[in-house]
Design a protein around this ligand. Structure first.
Ligand code: NDP
Length: 256
């Protein structure tokens, strides 16, 4: 994980599942500043993250961040900006998401709105609020091209967002609001990639595989460690050639 060494990274939804595993593996990769963002850092769902942060003071910083709340995003960005200093933020991982198990016939207005707030609108405003720090990092690197040790936005997507995969996917549970919101997240990747190209800030969507977490359930074929090892390998190897791509955790290109 050469490129991730000495980087600064922020992961949303870092208190459990894939987000927590990402924090662990960023630590193993010797990332120097890891901002582990979650909506309730003092709550019972964040105990494992708190324990980890306690063991690594000055490396892991707990950040209160509810991605469905624009004020919380703004507040978090102010605090992280203060800690970041002149080198900016190299890596932003939009990982937090929700999956209400609803079909086209059972979903409610609230299900659709809450899912979009967390899975699409949240990532958009997280990118916008943290953009000054990503720009600072991209400039501070002082070399052309794109990479995760310069500045990158990684949107955690899913195969269920793919227009061509979804119709043939054997759904373990109803994915209606989730799939549609993640397809929206993929379009956010396309826009971000286009609009941040001039700043040389890399942006991709990545499918982490079907993983045994609270969201993926216990029938999923891979565990969080295997998924995140793949995701980290892909992130570490990114260049401008993958800018705007939709990849999976093995690096394979996914169909939109
Ligand atoms: P989990 O359900 O295990 O964890 C979800 C995380 O998102 C939790 O940390 C949760 O925090 C957080 N979260 C939810 N809403 C908010 C919010 N409003 N603000 C901040 N954090 C929030 O999911 P996974 O770890 O499995 O999923 C991680 C990512 O991977 C997601 O983007 C998911 O869509 C994607 N993915 C997962 C797959 C799988 O099989 N597991 C398959 C494909 C994609 P809290 O504890 O506070 O609820």
């Amino acid at each position: 994980m050469a490129a991730l060494k000495a980087c600064s990274a922020l992961v949303t939804g870092a208190n459990r599942g894939l987000g927590l595993e990402m924090v662990k593996q960023l630590l193993e990769a010797h990332c120097s500043n890891i901002f582990a963002a979650c909506r309730d850092p003092d709550g019972p769902n964040s105990e494992a993250l708190r324990e980890l942060a306690k063991k690594h003071p000055g490396v892991i910083y707990l950040v209160k961040l509810d991605v469905a709340d624009p004020c919380s995003i703004k507040e978090s960005a102010k605090k992280v900006g203060f800690l970041l200093g002149k080198n900016g933020l190299n890596l932003l991982v939009n990982n937090a998401a929700v999956l209400p198990q609803k079909t086209m016939l059972t979903t409610t207005v609230e299900d659709m709105q809450n899912t979009f707030n967390t899975n699409v609108i949240g990532p958009l405003f997280v990118i916008r609020e943290y953009l000054p720090y990503l720009r600072t990092a991209a400039k501070a690197k002082g070399k052309p091209g794109m990479s995760c040790d310069k500045a990158a936005v990684i949107n955690i997507s899913t195969d269920a967002a793919s227009m061509s995969i979804m119709p043939v996917l054997k759904e373990p549970f109803p994915l209606f609001p989730y799939s549609i919101s993640k397809a929206g997240l993929n379009m956010l990747t396309i826009y971000t990639a286009r609009d941040l190209k001039a700043d040389e800030i890399l942006c991709i969507s990545i499918h982490p595989g079907w993983v045994r977490t609270d969201m993926g359930g216990d029938k999923a074929p891979i565990d969080a460690r295997e998924s995140v090892q793949g995701v980290m390998r892909v992130i570490d190897s990114l260049t401008e050639k993958q800018h705007g791509a939709f990849l999976d955790y093995s690096g394979k290109t996914m169909p939109w």
